[in-house]
Ligand binder design. Structure first.
Ligand code: ADP
Ligand code: MG
Length: 442
């Protein structure tokens, strides 16, 4: 196995760790990113750690690393940690050369070049391309919408990259509406609204992703309205993406709706089978992976609504071919993917069971549990469901928050701590929760 392949595996593992455990960026950088995979066979993985860091990494992260290596490699392995000094002794050829030529391709830059076009996304793609080539001349604002995982963010980044290439001097700002909101709140609490305005009103191109999340927030809508108008008057390009059309965003001020509709509104529809095959082929290429057409069709049959799922499936396949050294045959792919899809499926049905439990226990419908309602019973049911999902799946706090239409993972943290507190004080409740968890896991 080559160095690059070791790096790929490490990358998968760190990504998985980050997803599941939500360690801070600082801890990831400090303790986990410096590790290197130096040897691997079917039974064991040897990882080297800078000598001064090894005791802490071993104490704090050994279990996490081991779990995730087993998961990524799909087999039980023994994990050995050594220091980089021991590693140097082990291998004579060892040198500290950093392979800078190697570019990690798992998160390829989103460009028009690697965006595959078909009937369902053609309008959005051509509008995006026109805006990228002629900012503020056509289609202002450009409003893209469609369900999650169909390429909206990919198109926004393609626009950014293209404009950057054509107009290196342009001031381009890409934010999610959440980032916009957080910055606004910070600037208000620091009493520095001018700095905020200066930043947002001095751009040539403003892209706001997931704009639907400003709905229902008065002061954010107010500020965004003025930002929009100021930029529009100066003939600057505005590009927005959302999960639904402007008219369908609930609790969005009318004046914003009408402004969002002033330019071009383009939707993205779910891709048909042929387009999915073409996209998956392209994604596989990004992973340096040559997949048979049969395998591509197999994937396209199973992944229908959210293109993002392809990444997980490809990673699983790649990890398997790396560890076994086998070519990816149709037979093998089917086996691995069946497992992958079953996993995804069982996660879904587990969540389904938890929602049913919560419905029964609290006598509240799941739509209400998932709603923003803040009555005490609804909140209690939501905490209960969040807690159980957190304890029985490996979904990240962010993904759990999303299941409940919350943008912020702190709601999950609050739910877990609320339940834990109650468990501490009420033995009967504790017993009940523990029983539920073990029932769900059995
Ligand atoms: P959204 O923002 O609509 O939720 P993303 O832009 O994040 O979706 O896309 C999810 C994943 O699917 C990304 O990896 C993206 O590259 C990929 N994807 C979606 N549509 C296409 C396409 N037409 N061509 C290539 N990749 C695509
Ligand atoms: Mg997106």
């Amino acid at each position: 196995m080559t160095d690059n392949e070791f790096k790929q595996i490490k990358l998968f593992v760190l990504e998985e760790i980050k997803k599941t455990y939500q360690f801070s960026d600082v801890s990831m950088k400090l303790w986990l990113e410096p590790i290197r995979v130096v040897a691997m066979d079917g039974h064991s993985v040897t990882v080297s750690v800078p000598a001064p860091k090894k005791p802490f990494v071993e104490q704090q992260y050994y279990d996490v690393l081991k779990i995730k290596f087993c998961e990524v490699l799909g087999t039980d392995i023994e994990l050995k940690l050594i220091t980089d000094e021991e590693e140097a002794e082990m291998s004579e050829e060892f040198s500290e050369k950093v392979d800078s030529a190697y570019k990690i391709r798992f998160n390829p830059d989103y460009t028009f070049e690697n965006f595959v076009v078909g009937k369902s996304n053609q309008l959005a793609q051509s509008a995006a391309l026109a805006v990228a080539n002629h900012p503020a001349e056509l289609n202002n604002p450009l409003f893209l919408y469609g369900p999650s995982g169909l390429g909206k963010t990919h198109l926004l980044f393609s626009i950014v990259n293209q404009i950057r290439k054509n107009h290196p001097d342009y001031n381009i700002l890409y934010v999610t509406s959440e980032e916009f909101t957080i910055e606004l709140i910070e600037s208000l609490s620091l009493k520095r609204p001018m700095a905020f305005r200066e930043k947002y009103r001095n751009v040539d191109v403003l892209l706001v992703d997931d704009i639907q999340f400003i709905a229902g927030k008065m002061s954010v809508q107010e500020e965004f309205f003025h930002t929009f108008d100021a930029l529009f008057k100066m003939n600057k390009q505005i590009i927005l993406a959302s999960d639904c059309a402007p008219k369908d965003i609930n609790n969005l001020e009318e004046r914003l709706k009408s402004r969002f509709e002033m330019g071009l509104v383009a939707d993205i529809q779910p891709p048909d089978l042929e387009l999915r095959v073409a996209i998956f082929k392209r994604k596989a290429m990004d992973y340096n992976f040559n997949l048979d057409i049969e395998i591509l069709y197999y994937l396209a049959k199973h992944i229908t609504t959210n293109i993002r799922q392809i990444e997980g499936a490809l990673k699983k396949l790649k990890a398997h071919t790396l560890i076994t050294g086998e070519e990816c045959s149709y037979h093998m792919a089917k086996e691995i993917l069946n497992e992958f899809f079953a996993d995804e499926h069982s996660k879904e049905s587990l969540i389904d069971r938890i929602m049913t439990l919560a419905e029964k226990r609290y006598g509240i419908q799941r739509d209400d549990i998932k709603s923003g309602r803040r009555n005490a019973e609804v909140i209690a049911a939501r905490h209960y469901a969040m807690y159980l999902i957190r304890k029985t799946t490996n979904l990240s706090q962010n993904s759990i928050a999303k299941l409940f239409n919350k943008k912020d993972h702190t709601t999950v943290i609050n739910a877990v701590s609320a339940i834990e507190k109650r468990m501490e004080h009420e033995p009967a409740f504790e017993k009940e929760i523990r029983a539920a968890v073990s029932e769900l896991l059995s």
